[in-house]
Unconditional design. Structure first.
Lengths: 117, 158
């Protein structure tokens, strides 16, 4: 099932896992929409979030902060947040902030699907 | 400053007068500049992205937090490639603020996995040199450079 929430498409993989297709940008202009979309999923029982950055040209500090917020929400529930198909602009943010120490990265959605079961 | 005027002197100079559009316009400009090859091969794609991120964070701060009083917001941006370095100057007609004090405060009090407050720290970390001051005409000027020789990082508490 796919649910499009503002700029984000949320695709359910199973009862506990969704992939969020982030789209062109996750920044100060839409970070609150991202948080709301993810919180709705958490309330529905989702614990694992795969963030698809394949088309993402902008990830800024506010966007990253919204991902931190999601991580703080699901990690006490044994959930996880992982990155997949990370684009170059997103990789630059990941490198600058060393957030690869927090979020596992996978080269593709298929690889993420295999790892996050 | 005249909004949306384009200088013939520097191909990487622009004026912006619409805060609603400035972020998208700057990203589109960078795409155009990258495709036009204005950056040296020594300043690779990652460094171009880093420069773009630094500019984005500053503009995002202006859009969200700057006070312009009764003035129409105006922003002028100069990007000057110079081999392994790219220099950027962003001038705006906002009231300005004490950037040094802000950065000192944020560095000392950044919480674990922060949701806000990282933007200007990311800008500071990404830049080799940064200076912010008030010009004689009352506008505020941010100058910074990004170097291809840097491997910058921001220490975020995890």
């Amino acid at each position: 099932m796919q649910v499009t929430s503002m700029n984000f498409t949320v695709e359910s993989w199973n009862q506990q896992t969704v992939v969020v297709h982030v789209g062109k940008a996750l920044d100060f202009r839409n970070a609150s929409d991202f948080k709301a979309a993810c919180q709705e999923q958490v309330r529905a029982g989702v614990r694992n979030f795969v963030l698809d950055f394949s088309e993402t040209g902008i990830l800024d500090s506010t966007g990253l902060g919204s991902i931190f917020s999601l991580y703080r929400q699901v990690s006490p529930l044994d959930g996880q947040v992982v990155f997949a198909a990370v684009s170059r602009p997103v990789q630059v943010v990941v490198q600058l902030t060393r957030t690869y120490k927090v979020f596992r990265q996978f080269p593709s959605l298929d690889a993420a699907r295999e790892a996050v079961k | 400053m005249t909004p949306l005027a384009i200088s013939n002197v520097n191909p990487a100079r622009r004026h912006f007068g619409d805060l609603e559009r400035v972020i998208d316009e700057v990203h589109a400009l960078f795409d155009h500049w990258e495709n036009s090859g204005i950056f040296s091969p020594a300043f690779d794609e990652d460094k171009v992205q880093l420069m773009k991120l630094a500019i984005h964070e500053w503009l995002a701060n202006l859009v969200q937090h700057a006070h312009f009083g009764s003035r129409i917001p105006e922003i002028r941006m100069d990007v000057t490639p110079n081999g392994k370095r790219v220099r950027c100057v962003i001038v705006d007609n906002s009231d300005g603020f004490d950037l040094g004090a802000y950065l000192t405060e944020k560095r000392a009090a950044l919480p674990v996995l922060p949701e806000r407050g990282m933007g200007l720290l990311m800008l500071d970390a990404a830049t080799e040199y940064m200076n912010y001051h008030r010009d004689d005409d009352g506008c505020h000027r941010l100058e910074f450079s990004v170097s291809a020789d840097q491997d910058p990082w921001l220490n975020i508490p995890f």
